[in-house]
Design a protein around this ligand. Structure first.
Ligand code: SAM
Ligand code: SF4
Length: 497
């Protein structure tokens, strides 16, 4: 096991999910099957892909054997993600053998690195498309129809798909992901994302707010703003014709969109705190979540904005990766242990009761037992509500792969991982237990997985809450639930109004 508690950011239960949408007006008689792996950003990208192809008349199907086009949206963050995709492609090859007209394609993060292998060497696929080239999919499919193989893995400095309103796949009609930026400019030494998803770019703030407004109008009650490092979101409204002295970065800085109540009349630089506020102002009934925050960039301004609006959820995912400053340095995280603790203290001071989750990597290159113990002591300090915990997995092309030997033996990585997983289970249970007797405001998401006599939904702090169905309330409504007992991952209680 390399992952402890699933949530909506990298939900292990959704890995490999086939995404389906309700049929839209026009048909071209062809069916699309799309399966997604990895982080929420990938699932959100699959919605963009489905939207682009729905425009061309494709319907979706949940059965790849019935499909004309089969796509797998891939993740290459850890080696096991790649192994899974390759096995799946072999199954698709079997279906293609029976239906030679089927187009099989690889999308997303594995595209660039493995294009030659998939297309020419292993001949597993007909088309390979990188995360910035989805607008080209209709052309690429045509190219395959005409008997060629097709590839577009070009990364872009501009593409944000801002104008594409994603169709919602397998949606409960209540929560939706909204991508606010793409790529990443950090160079964490273990990470492939800067290579697979390219440079960081922020999406037009107007289009983000418009998408959230449209979701709210359609009945959605929760949006999760997505980016690899949301705290570095920065969008500059293009200026109209300028008079002398205007238009510089400095002049733009002075015109915050929030000086006029969150609207963008005039010009301005919108940072993440501003964007959060603009989305929160869509409606007090729309919950706002976001992921992922980066410890080096999360500002007090963001924390004060969270504290100011009741509908911005009190939950921050703040990946630490390691509790040891030397390891953080060679990971190139650009903060140290003291800086991280300072950010945790700021969260506790400005947003009392805020839930905090994290990502941890064990067994990074050269990590000693004492350095590992610094991660353990960081867990003791923060007492995280949730954590995703991984063994270090060397990724080709990354700075760490070039500079450092992957020298921690597998059994030591595993032992350290097991230790922090056990520790986290204790703290998750501790955090859950602390809620007993409290009343949580819960957005009802639907029936619980185990029983249609129970509803499930999330608390403000992102804990899953289970409680008996009441005829008076429907999914999409808020209810107050008194917490009576817990497991280490779920609060259990009853509606009190
Ligand atoms: N942008 C986010 C951040 O900086 O925290 C993380 C994005 S990454 C998709 C999700 C998590 O995967 C990382 O936080 C890290 O813990 C884990 N991860 C990334 N590369 C890894 C590797 N080579 N080995 C093990 N875990 C890795
Ligand atoms: Fe990867 Fe670091 Fe960027 Fe996160 S911030 S996506 S870990 S390079």
């Amino acid at each position: 096991m390399d992952l402890l508690i699933p949530d909506k950011v990298h939900d292990e239960s959704r890995q490999g999910e086939a995404l389906i949408l309700e049929p839209v007006g026009k048909h071209n008689g062809r069916k699309l099957y799309i399966e997604s792996y990895g982080c929420a950003m990938n699932f959100s990208d699959s919605e963009i892909v489905a939207s682009i192809l729905a425009e061309k008349g494709f319907e979706t199907t949940a059965d790849f054997n019935n499909a004309d086009v089969v796509f797998i949206n891939t993740c290459s963050i850890r080696e096991n993600a790649e192994v899974r995709v390759r096995n799946r492609l072999k199954e698709f090859a079997g279906a293609k053998f029976k239906n030679p007209g089927m187009v099989v394609g690889v999308l997303g993060c594995m595209a660039e690195r493995l294009k030659a292998k998939f297309l020419e060497e292993e001949k597993l696929v007909d088309v390979v498309v990188g995360p910035d080239a989805y607008r080209d999919l209709p052309n690429l499919i045509e190219q395959v129809d005409s008997g060629q193989r097709a590839v577009n893995v070009l990364l872009s400095r501009e593409e944000t798909y801002a104008d594409i309103s994603p169709v919602r796949l397998n949606s409960n009609g209540i929560n939706a992901f909204v991508s606010i930026m793409r790529g990443c400019d950090n160079m964490c030494s273990f990470c492939v994302v800067p290579f697979t998803r390219g440079r960081e770019r922020s999406r037009d703030a107007y289009s983000v707010v418009a998408e959230c407004q449209a979701l709210f109008d359609a009945g959605y009650r929760e949006v999760t703003l997505l980016g690899q490092n949301v705290d570095s979101y920065k969008w500059t409204k293009p200026l109209p014709a300028l008079s002398e002295g205007e238009g510089s970065e400095e002049a733009n800085q002075k015109v915050s969109p929030l000086t006029s109540g969150g609207d963008l009349e005039g010009a301005g630089v919108v940072n993440f705190a501003n964007l959060l506020e603009m989305v929160a102002l869509v409606s007090p009934e729309l919950r706002v979540r976001f992921s992922t925050s980066h410890p080096k960039d999360i500002t007090d301004e963001v924390l004060y904005t969270i504290a100011k609006y009741e509908n911005i959820c009190n939950y921050i995912h703040l990946p630490v990766q390691s509790g040891n400053s030397r390891i953080l340095d060679i990971m190139n995280r650009t903060y140290d242990r003291d800086w991280y603790i300072n950010r945790i203290d700021a969260i506790r001071r400005i947003i009392p009761g805020c839930a905090i989750s994290t990502d941890v990597i064990t067994g990074f290159c050269t990590e000693t037992e004492d350095e590992h113990n610094d991660t353990v002591s960081m867990m003791d300090y923060v007492k995280y509500d949730f954590a995703y915990m991984f063994k270090y997995s060397e990724r080709p092309g990354t700075l760490a792969a070039k500079r450092y030997a992957d020298d921690i033996p597998e059994e030591i990585k595993q032992k350290r991982l097991a230790q922090i997983v056990a520790k986290q289970q204790e703290y998750s249970f501790y955090r859950m237990q602390a809620r007993i007797g409290m009343v949580e405001k819960v957005l009802i998401e639907g029936y619980s997985k185990k029983s249609d006599k129970d509803y499930c939904g999330r608390s403000d702090q992102n804990a899953m809450v289970i409680f008996p169905v009441s005829e008076n309330y429907k999914p999409g409504q808020y209810v107050n639930v008194l917490v009576e007992r817990t497991t280490s991952a779920t609060l259990i209680g009853k509606i009190v109004g």
